[in-house]
Design a protein around this ligand. Structure first.
Ligand code: HAM
Length: 421
């Protein structure tokens, strides 16, 4: 039978046993945030389209080409979130969290959607772990956030990654730098498309991967050489704190992120085992985001890590982050009377916090024992009619095949004691 309905292009299903790795990666990436006092937030997977148009920026590919935007039945323009930051900022403003103690430190994890050209590591539906610290502009907070991103990768055992760091300046120095860059780009031999891109956001040309463009950019003016005194001092302080936190980085003066809201500290983490889609996480400070969404003029800093890409990095380094756990005990009923007992025993074990399963449908002894082996259980409880008539069940160690008869009255306690030993 061939399935005529398949997961949409650019999406995929994560099935057991591989899904255990996905969960382990996701949870390991969030653990440092929980340890650092960040609070968990859920926001809708769709928002008013304006949240992203104004937050992420109309000139970005993400907003102009990649959004899943639709009108709902009430005629509202909604968009599936292409990232989590703008929605979290919308919530921060809507619930006036800025009126309380600052910074407001939040994290979230969930689906994001971008209509991108699918390839290895680049999907139309993917999962991000997101961290944001809203409301305070303090270089020590920048360093904390960057260090948390790095910690998640370290905790997974990853080593082949690199932290790229730069400062994108702010309103006091970026406009002047932008003019310098526009003048410089105007003298280059660029095609029509690139020229148009340069008009909308000249910084993005710095990130052009084509060798014929890169060759002309050797002498391009760099933001880091034109920082105002205050942004320079901010960047210096961030780097000092990062050193104190034991984080190493590579200066990346041509780093340009795909979202428009960044100012000052900006970073990306790239992994060498992933080919073209090498960014496993990225983030930075965003001075204007709150105001762009109608909030007070407060700053923030955060990052997002791609769980799917991090899982690819884990696999590329051959790390074993999660063996498929399966269940602890598997109950095999043989006959109608045994079935009732099996259902009850599985229920009791689960209530006691022990993972247990049984067979459903008529599988016969052979099929049931195969299911027990596949379940990952260390022990099977075999309930045969003849044994039951004698008031016992067989408790079988599936690793050694050793079998002991256990009186039914002691069965629950014995199974519990055995599998938790
Ligand atoms: P971003 O760099 O666009 O930043 O995405 C963060 C990470 O999400 C990327 O490094 C990558 O691992 C993953 N990712 C992005 N697009 C895809 C895709 N199509 N398929 C698979 N993985 C993908 C942001 O989203 C910002 N909101 C980060 C941030 C938070 N900045 C400040 N706060």
């Amino acid at each position: 039978m061939s399935a005529d309905l398949q997961a949409p292009k650019g999406t995929f299903d994560t099935l057991p046993p591989a899904s255990a790795q996905f969960l382990a990666v996701r949870d390991t990436l969030t653990a440092p945030l929980r340890r650092a006092g960040y609070g968990y937030v859920e926001t809708p997977v769709f928002e008013d389209t304006a949240v992203f148009a104004r937050g992420v920026g109309e000139s970005t590919d993400v907003v102009s080409k990649e959004m899943y935007t639709f009108d709902d039945r009430g005629g509202r323009s909604l968009t599936l979130r292409p990232e989590l930051t703008a929605g979290l900022m919308r919530a921060f403003i809507e619930h006036r969290l800025y009126g309380g103690a600052l910074p407001v430190k939040l994290w979230s994890v969930g689906s994001a959607f971008r209509y991108e050209r699918p390839q290895a590591g680049r999907y139309r539906h993917f999962t991000q772990v997101d961290c944001e610290a809203f409301g305070i502009d303090d270089p020590a907070l920048d360093a904390e956030v960057v260090a948390l991103a790095v910690q998640g990768f370290r905790d997974l055992g990853l080593t082949d990654f690199e932290l790229l760091l730069t400062s994108l300046g702010d309103a006091t120095c970026r406009p002047q730098y932008r003019e310098l860059l526009v003048d410089f780009l105007a003298k280059l031999d660029l095609d029509e498309d690139t020229r148009r891109r340069a008009e909308i956001n000249p910084l993005r040309v710095l990130d052009d991967k084509r060798p014929e463009v890169q060759a002309q950019l050797d002498d391009a003016p760099l933001m880091v050489d034109h920082l105002s005194d205050s942004t320079q001092a901010h960047y210096d302080a961030v780097r000092e704190h990062l050193s104190d936190l034991g984080v190493t980085w590579t200066e990346a003066p041509k780093l340009v992120r795909g979202l428009d809201y960044y100012t000052k500290t900006t970073f990306e983490v790239v992994h060498s085992g992933l080919g073209a889609q090498s960014a496993i996480g990225g983030g930075g400070r965003y001075d204007g985001l709150s105001a762009a969404l109608g909030g007070p003029d407060v700053s923030g800093i955060g990052y997002a890590v791609g769980v799917d890409r991090t899982l690819l990095a884990v696999q590329a380094e051959g790390l074993d982050v999660a063996a498929y756990a399966g269940v602890q005990a598997f109950v095999v009923p043989l006959g109608a009377e045994a079935k009732k007992l099996a259902v009850r025993l599985v229920g009791q074990l689960r209530q006691a916090g022990i993972s247990a399963d049984t067979v459903y449908g008529d599988r016969g002894l052979k099929g049931a024992m195969k299911a027990a082996d596949r379940s990952g259980a260390t022990h099977a409880v075999v309930l045969g009619d003849r044994d039951l008539a004698e008031g016992v069940a067989q408790l079988k160690d599936l690793r050694t095949q050793e079998q002991t008869a256990v009186p039914l009255g002691e069965l629950f306690d014995q199974v519990r004691a055995t599998v938790t030993r």
